[in-house]
Design a protein around this ligand. Structure first.
Ligand code: CTP
Ligand code: CA
Length: 228
Protein backbone atom coordinates (compact mmCIF):
# COMPACT_ATOMS: atom_id res chain seq x y z
CA UNK A 1 0.00 0.00 0.00
CA UNK A 2 1.13 3.55 -0.64
CA UNK A 3 1.33 5.44 2.61
CA UNK A 4 0.20 9.04 2.56
CA UNK A 5 3.04 10.97 4.27
CA UNK A 6 0.43 13.40 5.59
CA UNK A 7 -0.93 10.60 7.74
CA UNK A 8 2.40 10.23 9.57
CA UNK A 9 3.27 13.90 9.94
CA UNK A 10 5.51 13.29 12.98
CA UNK A 11 7.79 10.72 11.31
CA UNK A 12 11.34 11.27 12.62
CA UNK A 13 10.19 13.28 15.67
CA UNK A 14 10.81 12.12 19.22
CA UNK A 15 8.38 12.67 22.08
CA UNK A 16 8.08 12.05 25.79
CA UNK A 17 4.70 11.89 27.56
CA UNK A 18 3.96 11.67 31.29
CA UNK A 19 0.75 10.00 32.41
CA UNK A 20 -1.15 8.75 35.44
CA UNK A 21 -0.69 9.52 39.11
CA UNK A 22 2.48 9.29 41.16
CA UNK A 23 2.73 7.39 44.44
CA UNK A 24 4.67 8.87 47.32
CA UNK A 25 5.69 6.43 50.04
CA UNK A 26 4.76 7.05 53.66
CA UNK A 27 6.38 3.77 54.70
CA UNK A 28 6.86 0.42 52.88
CA UNK A 29 3.10 -0.32 52.84
CA UNK A 30 1.41 3.11 52.58
CA UNK A 31 1.43 5.96 50.11
CA UNK A 32 -0.10 9.29 49.04
CA UNK A 33 -1.58 9.39 45.53
CA UNK A 34 -4.58 10.64 43.52
CA UNK A 35 -7.36 9.36 41.24
CA UNK A 36 -5.70 10.03 37.86
CA UNK A 37 -6.66 7.24 35.43
CA UNK A 38 -3.87 7.87 32.89
CA UNK A 39 -6.47 7.79 30.08
CA UNK A 40 -5.60 11.17 28.61
CA UNK A 41 -1.82 10.76 28.77
CA UNK A 42 -1.92 7.24 27.37
CA UNK A 43 -4.21 8.35 24.53
CA UNK A 44 -1.75 11.16 23.68
CA UNK A 45 1.21 8.76 23.63
CA UNK A 46 -0.72 6.42 21.33
CA UNK A 47 -1.81 9.23 18.99
CA UNK A 48 1.75 10.61 18.75
CA UNK A 49 3.01 7.13 17.83
CA UNK A 50 0.24 6.71 15.24
CA UNK A 51 1.38 10.01 13.71
CA UNK A 52 4.88 8.54 13.32
CA UNK A 53 6.69 9.91 16.39
CA UNK A 54 9.09 7.80 18.45
CA UNK A 55 7.44 7.98 21.86
CA UNK A 56 8.56 7.29 25.43
CA UNK A 57 5.63 7.16 27.86
CA UNK A 58 6.56 7.61 31.52
CA UNK A 59 3.63 6.36 33.57
CA UNK A 60 2.64 6.04 37.19
CA UNK A 61 0.51 3.06 38.30
CA UNK A 62 -2.63 2.86 36.09
CA UNK A 63 -5.12 0.28 34.82
CA UNK A 64 -4.51 1.30 31.20
CA UNK A 65 -2.49 -1.19 29.15
CA UNK A 66 0.86 -0.10 27.66
CA UNK A 67 0.02 1.47 24.27
CA UNK A 68 1.28 -0.43 21.24
CA UNK A 69 4.26 1.01 19.41
CA UNK A 70 5.32 3.11 22.41
CA UNK A 71 8.22 2.58 24.85
CA UNK A 72 6.55 2.63 28.26
CA UNK A 73 8.58 3.24 31.42
CA UNK A 74 6.77 2.43 34.68
CA UNK A 75 7.61 4.53 37.71
CA UNK A 76 5.99 5.27 41.08
CA UNK A 77 7.25 8.52 42.60
CA UNK A 78 7.59 12.02 41.15
CA UNK A 79 11.35 11.82 41.54
CA UNK A 80 11.41 8.57 39.56
CA UNK A 81 9.18 10.19 36.92
CA UNK A 82 11.58 13.12 36.55
CA UNK A 83 14.60 10.79 36.24
CA UNK A 84 12.85 8.71 33.55
CA UNK A 85 11.82 11.82 31.62
CA UNK A 86 15.36 13.21 31.71
CA UNK A 87 16.70 9.84 30.56
CA UNK A 88 14.43 10.10 27.49
CA UNK A 89 15.95 13.44 26.40
CA UNK A 90 16.63 14.86 23.92
CA UNK A 91 13.16 14.91 22.39
CA UNK A 92 11.32 17.31 20.09
CA UNK A 93 7.98 17.21 21.90
CA UNK A 94 7.11 16.85 25.60
CA UNK A 95 3.56 16.47 26.88
CA UNK A 96 3.08 16.40 30.66
CA UNK A 97 -0.31 14.83 31.35
CA UNK A 98 0.57 13.15 34.65
CA UNK A 99 -1.12 14.12 37.89
CA UNK A 100 2.13 14.43 39.81
CA UNK A 101 1.71 14.50 43.60
CA UNK A 102 2.70 18.02 44.60
CA UNK A 103 4.16 16.85 47.92
CA UNK A 104 5.75 13.72 49.32
CA UNK A 105 6.35 12.60 52.91
CA UNK A 106 9.65 14.10 54.07
CA UNK A 107 10.66 10.77 55.58
CA UNK A 108 9.76 7.32 54.27
CA UNK A 109 11.10 4.97 56.92
CA UNK A 110 12.19 1.53 55.73
CA UNK A 111 10.04 0.00 58.49
CA UNK A 112 6.25 0.09 58.74
CA UNK A 113 4.95 2.76 61.10
CA UNK A 114 3.34 0.92 64.03
CA UNK A 115 0.52 1.92 66.35
CA UNK A 116 1.69 2.29 69.91
CA UNK A 117 -0.58 1.90 72.91
CA UNK A 118 -1.78 5.34 74.01
CA UNK A 119 0.43 7.21 71.52
CA UNK A 120 -0.89 10.11 69.40
CA UNK A 121 -1.54 9.60 65.68
CA UNK A 122 1.56 10.26 63.58
CA UNK A 123 2.00 13.63 61.90
CA UNK A 124 3.30 13.27 58.36
CA UNK A 125 5.52 16.12 57.28
CA UNK A 126 5.41 16.83 53.54
CA UNK A 127 8.01 18.35 51.23
CA UNK A 128 7.48 19.63 47.68
CA UNK A 129 8.13 17.34 44.73
CA UNK A 130 10.12 18.38 41.67
CA UNK A 131 8.00 20.04 38.97
CA UNK A 132 8.61 17.97 35.86
CA UNK A 133 6.90 20.34 33.42
CA UNK A 134 8.75 23.36 34.78
CA UNK A 135 12.06 21.49 34.74
CA UNK A 136 11.54 20.53 31.07
CA UNK A 137 10.59 24.07 30.08
CA UNK A 138 13.85 25.42 31.55
CA UNK A 139 16.06 22.46 30.66
CA UNK A 140 19.41 22.87 28.85
CA UNK A 141 18.07 20.27 26.40
CA UNK A 142 14.61 21.83 26.26
CA UNK A 143 12.24 20.11 23.82
CA UNK A 144 11.11 22.34 20.94
CA UNK A 145 7.53 22.13 22.15
CA UNK A 146 6.62 21.71 25.83
CA UNK A 147 2.94 21.13 26.58
CA UNK A 148 1.27 20.91 29.98
CA UNK A 149 -2.20 20.50 31.43
CA UNK A 150 -3.95 22.63 34.02
CA UNK A 151 -6.73 21.25 36.17
CA UNK A 152 -8.50 24.19 37.77
CA UNK A 153 -11.58 25.18 39.68
CA UNK A 154 -12.56 28.84 39.32
CA UNK A 155 -11.59 31.33 36.60
CA UNK A 156 -10.16 28.77 34.16
CA UNK A 157 -8.56 31.14 31.65
CA UNK A 158 -6.93 33.42 34.23
CA UNK A 159 -5.60 30.56 36.35
CA UNK A 160 -4.32 28.61 33.34
CA UNK A 161 -2.71 31.70 31.79
CA UNK A 162 -0.85 32.31 35.08
CA UNK A 163 0.18 28.67 35.20
CA UNK A 164 1.50 28.81 31.60
CA UNK A 165 3.70 31.78 32.51
CA UNK A 166 4.86 30.24 35.80
CA UNK A 167 5.85 26.96 34.16
CA UNK A 168 7.51 28.55 31.11
CA UNK A 169 5.96 25.98 28.78
CA UNK A 170 4.63 26.65 25.26
CA UNK A 171 1.04 25.42 25.55
CA UNK A 172 -1.36 24.62 28.36
CA UNK A 173 -4.44 22.46 27.91
CA UNK A 174 -6.71 23.72 30.65
CA UNK A 175 -9.78 21.97 31.93
CA UNK A 176 -12.33 22.68 34.59
CA UNK A 177 -12.36 20.04 37.32
CA UNK A 178 -15.04 21.64 39.50
CA UNK A 179 -17.24 19.09 41.27
CA UNK A 180 -19.95 17.93 38.86
CA UNK A 181 -17.88 18.62 35.73
CA UNK A 182 -17.23 14.86 35.58
CA UNK A 183 -13.85 15.46 33.97
CA UNK A 184 -11.35 13.99 36.43
CA UNK A 185 -11.23 10.25 35.87
CA UNK A 186 -13.96 10.51 33.21
CA UNK A 187 -14.05 9.61 29.52
CA UNK A 188 -14.04 13.11 28.08
CA UNK A 189 -12.39 16.50 28.45
CA UNK A 190 -13.38 20.04 27.54
CA UNK A 191 -10.14 21.79 26.74
CA UNK A 192 -9.16 25.42 26.59
CA UNK A 193 -5.82 25.55 24.73
CA UNK A 194 -3.65 28.53 25.65
CA UNK A 195 -0.33 29.32 23.97
CA UNK A 196 2.61 31.41 25.18
CA UNK A 197 2.01 33.60 22.10
CA UNK A 198 -1.33 34.59 23.61
CA UNK A 199 -3.64 32.45 21.47
CA UNK A 200 -6.66 30.85 23.13
CA UNK A 201 -8.78 28.10 21.63
CA UNK A 202 -11.89 26.57 23.22
CA UNK A 203 -12.46 22.97 22.15
CA UNK A 204 -15.85 21.30 22.46
CA UNK A 205 -16.25 18.47 24.97
CA UNK A 206 -14.49 15.53 23.33
CA UNK A 207 -13.67 11.94 24.11
CA UNK A 208 -10.10 11.74 25.51
CA UNK A 209 -8.92 9.91 22.38
CA UNK A 210 -10.35 12.74 20.26
CA UNK A 211 -8.57 15.30 22.46
CA UNK A 212 -5.35 13.34 21.86
CA UNK A 213 -5.80 13.28 18.05
CA UNK A 214 -6.68 16.94 17.93
CA UNK A 215 -3.62 17.83 20.03
CA UNK A 216 -1.37 15.74 17.79
CA UNK A 217 -2.74 17.45 14.66
CA UNK A 218 -2.12 20.83 16.29
CA UNK A 219 1.46 19.77 17.21
CA UNK A 220 2.17 18.53 13.65
CA UNK A 221 0.85 21.80 12.13
CA UNK A 222 2.92 23.84 14.56
CA UNK A 223 6.17 21.97 13.90
CA UNK A 224 5.60 22.07 10.14
CA UNK A 225 5.03 25.84 10.25
CA UNK A 226 8.07 26.29 12.49
CA UNK A 227 10.22 24.36 9.99
CA UNK A 228 9.21 26.68 7.11
N1 CTP B 1 3.28 18.97 36.81
C1 CTP B 1 4.52 18.35 36.78
N2 CTP B 1 5.17 18.12 37.96
C2 CTP B 1 4.64 18.51 39.13
C3 CTP B 1 3.36 19.14 39.17
C4 CTP B 1 2.72 19.35 37.97
O1 CTP B 1 5.01 18.00 35.70
N3 CTP B 1 5.31 18.30 40.27
C5 CTP B 1 2.61 19.24 35.53
C6 CTP B 1 1.36 18.44 35.30
O2 CTP B 1 1.65 17.24 34.61
C7 CTP B 1 0.55 19.40 34.42
C8 CTP B 1 0.99 20.77 34.90
O3 CTP B 1 2.23 20.58 35.55
O4 CTP B 1 0.93 19.28 33.08
C9 CTP B 1 0.04 21.46 35.81
O5 CTP B 1 -0.27 20.65 36.91
P1 CTP B 1 -1.19 21.23 38.06
O6 CTP B 1 -1.29 20.23 39.16
O7 CTP B 1 -2.45 21.76 37.44
O8 CTP B 1 -0.30 22.51 38.49
P2 CTP B 1 0.57 22.84 39.74
O9 CTP B 1 1.71 23.69 39.28
O10 CTP B 1 0.94 21.63 40.52
O11 CTP B 1 -0.35 23.80 40.61
P3 CTP B 1 -1.66 23.46 41.51
O12 CTP B 1 -1.78 21.96 41.66
O13 CTP B 1 -1.39 24.16 42.79
O14 CTP B 1 -2.82 24.06 40.73
CA1 CA C 1 -0.56 20.05 41.26
Amino acid sequence: AILNPMERPLEGQRAVVTSGPTREAIDPVRYISNHSSGRQGHAIARALAEAGARVTLVSGPVQEPDPEGVTTVHIESAREMLAAVEAALPVDIAVCAAAVADWRPALAPARKIKKEEGAAAPVIELVENPDILRTLARHPRRPRLVVGFAAETGDLEALARAKLARKGCDWILANDVSPGSGIFGGESNRILLLTAEGESEAWPELDKREVARRLVRRIADHLAREAD
